[in-house]
Design a protein around this ligand. Structure first.
Ligand code: NAP
Length: 280
């Protein structure tokens, strides 16, 4: 019997760790499947994806720059994908229609609460960046009832728009937005760098005093691209720092679980990837 086929689409895609992650999940859980990387064509995204599902595909992950194209392409969306405004996981239904999900926020939250042991309830959180990734993080973070959540962005209007569209989920949380030059006074218990640039410490230019003494700092990017921000965070008082590798593995596990109905153990996979990216 031929293995079930899965893929990740992006452009560029050569750097993607997803095929490796899903191969490890499949081996660990005994699933008969293959997972490959496919280079997306910007002008033909929708027709390519429909054709892939028509001929063979059982599930697709979507990465930069196609998450919003995937949102428009699918026939129905899970509530969290609807709120995130972006789709990173697709599967076909029995009637041939395509369902889109967004596992980024859940993946971040599982890494934060599970591996890092951070409980947002009653804490102060600062997210720098107001793009698609921040949009995915807001729902799980707000549901965990922090005392305050600030979205600070280079373009303040995008942060304001996000704060306004998630106000309905804020409950008792003080949900605010700002530019990078007017961040409400810290210190914050959790600082998340959700900007797209692999930021040098000069490029981000955050003020001192943002991080509480026992504070945690996370970057959504992983490996060398996260080092400048995480070094800056340590120098400015963070007790613990984390890059985005755990989130990457956890969001993949959410997709895998949705497709295969079995949840992989992410711990050994994260350890193996960590060794691989840190190898000389
Ligand atoms: P996006 O929608 O393109 O948003 C980019 C954000 O970065 C915007 O807020 C933008 O500010 C800001 N930005 C870009 N360059 C900047 C600079 N030089 N200085 C300050 N701010 C800057 O991207 P995204 O989808 O939200 O992704 C954000 C990051 O998260 C990416 O690096 C992505 O790879 C990573 N990510 C990781 C995972 C994971 O599993 N680990 C999952 C999803 C995303 P403006 O609005 O002012 O342009």
């Amino acid at each position: 019997m031929r293995p079930d086929q899965y893929a990740v689409v992006g452009n560029p895609i050569g750097h993607s760790l997803s095929p490796r992650i899903h191969a490890l999940f499949a081996a660990q859980t005994g699933q008969h499947m293959i997972y490959e990387a496919r280079l997306g064509r910007p002008d033909h995204f929708a027709e390519d994806v429909r054709e892939w599902f028509r001929t063979s595909l059982r599930g697709l992950n979507v990465t930069v720059p196609f998450k919003e194209d995937a949102f428009r392409l699918v026939d129905q969306r899970t509530p969290r994908a609807q709120r995130a405004g972006a789709v990173n996981t697709v599967w076909p239904e029995a009637d041939g229609t395509l369902t889109g999900d967004n596992t980024d926020g859940a993946g971040f939250f599982r890494d934060l609460s599970g591996r890092m042991g951070f409980d947002p309830a009653g804490r102060k959180i600062l997210i720098v960046g107001a793009g698609g990734a921040t949009r995915g993080l807001l729902e799980p973070l707000l549901r965990a009832a922090p005392a305050q959540l600030v979205i600070a962005n280079r373009t303040p209007e995008r942060a304001l728009e996000l704060a306004q569209s998630f106000a309905g989920l804020a409950g008792a949380t003080r949900l605010e937005s700002s530019g990078l030059d007017a961040i409400p006074d810290g210190p914050y218990d959790l600082l998340i760098n959700a900007t797209a640039a692999g930021l040098g410490r000069d490029a981000l230019d955050l003020p001192p005093g943002l991080i509480a003494g026992d504070g945690v700092a996370c970057d959504l990017v992983y490996g060398p691209a996260s080092l400048a921000f995480l070094d800056w965070a340590r120098e400015h008082g963070a007790a613990r720092v984390s890059d985005g590798l755990g989130m990457l593995v956890e969001q993949a596990a959410e997709s895998f679980t949705a497709w295969r109905g079995v949840r992989p153990d992410t711990g050994p996979v994260l350890r193996e990837l960590r060794q691989a990216i840190e190898a000389p």
